[in-house]
Design a protein around this ligand. Sequence first.
Ligand code: SF4
Ligand code: SF4
Length: 297
Amino acid sequence: MSFKLPVSPLQENVTADLHCYPAKAKDMNAIALPATRVKDWKRQAIAKFDELLHKYRSLQVYMDICARCGACADKCQFYIGTGDPKNMPVARAELLRKVYRRYFTPEGKLLGRLADAEDLTEEVLQEWYTYFYQCSECRRCSVFCPYGIDTAEITMAAREIMSSIGVATKYVTEVVAKVYERGNNLGIPAPAWLDNCQFLEDELKEETGKDIHLPVDMEGADVLLVPPSADNFANTDTMLGYAKMFHAAGISWTTSTYCNEGGNFGLFLNYRNLKKVNQRILHAAKTLKVRQVVWGE
Ligand code: SF4
Ligand code: SF4
């Protein structure tokens, strides 16, 4: 799936193709989502939308109260970077609002386009896929909205609806599937995690002359550290810093090979996976019988 970016007002002469690669069936299966688009996708998408409107009062409010004042329009980095008007937060949210009006408001049901309402069609779904995956859910725009409308929550709802009918991106689904298979976003297997920790212990010995340990799967430690997996693999200075700090403070600590990821990509997919990924931290803490969890990105 691709679209041609218009020339940005800030970056003249720049054009690019964006490809948001669709999820692989194996990853969708691993995270309990339909492997391909479900047959009656329109009905199911509207039913999921209805469920979310009842579940999250904020979503219902955000659908109804936008005054289209435009205060958020130039606050999104994706609009500033691409110059694409549909990347304005208000325009992004409007993609969902139009469908909301059509199926959930009396005027939209009666008057359709005259009430700024739109059927959920293949074209609309393509636009959702393109623009809701260009929102990083950073919440910057909400700071500038006089009503406090949080476009990130609107994006989360749109992605939740899409994932429920089997529409999601390869990047996000692959990462969550890796967490269930190996405990972390990068897919680092347990022996490699252990090996990296031993390597970092050697580095610390060389640097400080001290035996500073990076314990793994140690039962009964005071602290379970849940770092971003990249700290073990790429940003190793941070991992060395944790070890030095715990050593200096005299705190016993450990990492877990079941759950060694501080970043939760469930946030970018749906609530069920967001919760399930977080539950792994609790499970690891209980299994290792630690007293506290230190968890951070
Ligand atoms: S939450 Fe989304 S729409 Fe709002 S500023 Fe961040 S990326 Fe842009
Ligand atoms: S700032 Fe708020 S009310 Fe104004 S257009 Fe943006 S989302 Fe709507």
